[in-house]
Design a protein around this ligand. Structure first.
Ligand code: NAD
Length: 354
């Protein structure tokens, strides 16, 4: 297996492999960059087909966290961890404890949180063996509501402020009254986003693969359901992908009838060239890792005094960061995602010389 010459290596500071025979733990922690602070990123548990696949995933994800935290204005670096195993079969308290003891060995250079395959309860279990966990505290959240560390409400609010910023830039409008928004995926983030959008007077269209969620949204929020097959034929102002990745691709771009793509899903672009394809069609793209940073912002405040008003302001800063990216992208004639990467690198370099 390649390490230093791995295609995703990209100057990672530290890669640690942990195993525990008794519990069956096999985990990799990747710390990409700690220029801005200790690395924070979720722990993904997945039955990877090979060690190579797990390594590639963790390296790619941890680099992404460096950029995400830099643009979210956090004093945090980028890192991520993966546990190799099936979360439905292999996850035991013993395995989570062994993972916690492993993180303890890293002395706080990496802080973990939930991700796919792990829950808040799991990270709490990890936290019985190490202090280096986040997203686990009960609190009154940024919105004045009781919360348990679930980042989704903050992510949804961040996406909402990002949509406001995109509409301001692209459509020269400071409100969402009558703006047509399609939300794909009514899960933890998408449902809340749809609710904020209807509150703001937008015309909201929704799609999900589960009929019961759609029925609930129609009843509670007064939104209109769109069949997944008709989604791309629907005339809209904003497309908000809040389900899965790679939804922006060669097949969907020509069918998209929208001015803006702005949603929470990770890795929305199938490949980087799709950012150029969107730009060529005059579609404004809010880079996913910028617009969906509300959750990590929220979770990071747990490490200090959590003050609802301050956290809310911080989350709403996502809108300002996006405005800067949109303006610079227009000025430089390069896709927004490339501009976001440049801005993140500038912030990292500034801090390195400071
Ligand atoms: P979730 O699993 O709660 O919700 C996903 C929803 O999408 C489900 O309701 C599912 O039925 C629906 N769905 C799946 N395939 C679909 C399809 N083909 N068409 C329409 N709907 C479909 O997930 P979530 O926590 O709401 O996260 C949504 C996205 O945002 C994910 O990509 C996630 O990685 C990303 N994200 C989430 C957070 C967070 O705080 N939860 C933070 C950053 C990024």
């Amino acid at each position: 297996m390649k390490f230093f010459s791995h295609k995703e290596f990209d100057n990672h500071e530290h890669i640690a492999f942990f195993s525990d025979e008794e519990s069956g733990l096999k985990a990799i922690v990747a710390i990409h960059n700690t220029t801005l602070g200790p690395a924070m990123g979720g722990c993904r548990m997945f039955p990877y087909a090979s060690d190579e696949e797990a390594l590639t995933d963790v390296l790619r994800l941890s680099k992404g966290m460096t950029y995400k935290s830099a643009l979210a204005g956090l004093h945090l670096g980028g890192g991520k961890s993966v546990i190799i195993g099936d979360p439905r079969k292999d996850k035991t308290p013993e395995l989570l404890h062994a993972f916690g003891r492993s993180l303890e060995q890293l002395g706080g250079h990496y802080i973990t949180a939930e991700d796919s395959g792990t829950s808040i309860e799991d990270i709490r279990e990890v936290g019985t063996r190490t202090a280096h966990v986040a997203g686990v505290r009960d609190r009154i959240g940024f919105d004045g509501q009781p919360g348990n560390g679930d980042p989704s409400p903050a992510t949804a609010w961040g996406v909402y402020t990002g949509i406001l910023s995109a509409v301001r830039h692209k459509m020269n409008r400071s409100d969402l009254d009558g703006i047509r928004v399609t939300v794909q995926g009514l899960g933890n983030v998408g449902y809340r986003l749809a609710s904020h959008l209807t509150d703001a007077g937008a015309s909201v269209y929704v799609s999900d693969i589960h009929r019961d969620i759609l029925d609930r949204a129609i009843d509670e929020l007064g939104v209109t359901a769109v069949a997944p097959d008709d989604l791309f034929a629907t005339e809209m102002d904003v497309f908000a992908p809040c389900a899965m990745g790679a939804v922006i691709n060669d097949e969907t771009i020509p069918r998209l009838h929208t001015s803006i793509v702005a949603g929470s899903a990770n890795n929305q672009l199938k490949s980087e060239r799709h950012a150029t394809a969107l730009m060529q069609r005059g579609i404004l793209y809010a880079p996913d890792y910028v617009i969906n940073a509300g959750g990590i912002i929220d979770v990071s405040h747990e490490r200090e005094q959590y003050e609802s008003g301050r956290v809310r302001e911080h989350i709403e800063g996502i809108g300002e960061t996006l405005s800067e990216i949109f303006e610079r992208s227009e000025r430089d004639g390069i896709p927004t995602v490339q501009e976001a990467n440049r801005l993140a690198e500038e912030r990292l370099n500034q801090d390195m010389v400071a």
